[in-house]
Design a protein around this ligand. Structure first.
Ligand code: HEM
Length: 175
């Protein structure tokens, strides 16, 4: 695969959209859902946004992965970068998988999306898939911190203009 001076504009757009959506899903999870008792009547509405948003994230990650395979992109900035970048795809699949499995075990498709009126279970803590959802979310935050620190290091310490690669602008793909 040829290398390019920047990522394809579709990948740039999806990178920033997914960054916002993933941070929003984490914030809603840790500061919204985790802080709400399951007896709170408003929790089903928050779960609806969280679950739908999580599934949208997965769909967009698949699109991004496909476009990534088909387009020229910049060479990795260091040897760790490809590992961290591929880990994001794996972690998102695990987040959605564990969230989806928890939802199925707890009968959420009926109560959250079909308006069955059934109450939420007393707590999600009894489901091992929920415990995994929590730990994978914590790991995902660790990878996001590493990813942001590495980008800032390249941009401001090494001053190699790395952030331009994930921005819009003239893109050259040397033959
Ligand atoms: C990238 C996608 C996702 C992220 C980053 C994410 C993140 C989180 C976080 C941080 C929590 C709080 C954990 C805690 O209680 O400490 C949570 C809870 C939860 N998530 Fe997700 N999630 C994602 C996708 C999904 C999906 C697709 C579903 C279901 C279809 C789902 C279902 C749930 C459920 C049922 C809970 C438990 C609510 C509670 O803690 O009371 N999540 N999620």
């Amino acid at each position: 695969m040829k290398t390019a001076s920047r990522y394809h504009p579709v990948l740039v757009a999806l990178h920033w959209l997914l960054a916002a959506l993933i941070l929003a899903a984490l914030a809603v999870g840790f500061f919204g859902l985790a802080a709400m008792p399951n007896a709170d009547p408003g929790k089903i509405g928050v779960l609806r946004w969280h679950m739908a948003g999580g599934m949208l994230i997965l769909a967009l990650m698949f699109v991004r992965f496909g476009v990534r395979l088909l387009t020229a992109r910049p060479a990795p900035a260091n040897r760790l970068a490809p590992i961290v970048h591929y880990s994001f795809y794996v972690l998102v699949v695990l987040m959605v998988g564990t969230g989806f499995a928890t939802a199925l075990l707890a009968g959420l498709p009926d109560s959250v999306f079909a308006g069955s009126g059934a109450p939420l279970p007393k707590s999600f803590a009894a489901y091992p898939t929920w415990v995994a959802h929590f730990y994978v979310a914590t790991l995902l935050i660790g990878f996001i911190v590493l990813h942001v620190l590495a980008a800032l290091y390249h941009q401001f310490v090494q001053r190699n203009g790395l952030l331009q690669q994930i921005g819009f602008g003239r893109r050259s793909v040397p033959g």
